[in-house]
Design a protein. Sequence first.
Length: 237
Amino acid sequence: MSSVIIGVDPHKRSATIEAIDQREGVLAVGRFGTDHEGYKAMLAAGRKHGERVWAVEGCNGIGRHVAQRLLADGETVVDVPTKLSARAWVFATGQGRKTDPVDAHSVAVAALRTAGLRQVQADDTTVALRLLVDRRDLLGRTRTEVVSRLHHLLLELIPGGAKKFLSAHQARALLNTVRPRDLVGKTRRWLASELIHELVTIDKKIKVANAELTDLVTSTGSTLQELTGIGPSSVPD
């Protein structure tokens, strides 16, 4: 472990830090915003200490944004699990009042006393894949909701309604066969037309999302999608 440990208690809009030496002596403390200027000030404060490691609490959760920014600026970061820092806080305070400075101290002490903490790495392709998969799944669920609402309207407009698996083109063709004269029927037809328009837009986005996912998976060298039944998303259209 480096000669200086900088414990970081991260929040969405702020981060509190405490730098300690190998004897747990406090070298510096500070609270900074997480906007551009606040982060720059925090980084400058940390860089006053030569051989340093940033110990960030919860790098897979609330601390991810701070940890990844530090990594992008060439800093060394280790992940301090929340349970570990909480244990250090109990020992250090006797369960006294919990504050951001106390939390930052607990994170730093936990990092100093614990061997083998995970060194954080920059987000890679797997993170990008997860983001794209989440986007694709959301589009699939949205499409299902739109089609369900469309089915209800078509059932009121057309005897027997429409078939279960419905494309925007098929729905438009069905809607063109009815011309209601009453106000309620006209309103239903207008709403159905709006839903079909939404469906066209969603289908275009799904097509783009599938292409982006396929390209990214292919770029990793994976041949998984060559298997029968394996596609870009687990959510049906």
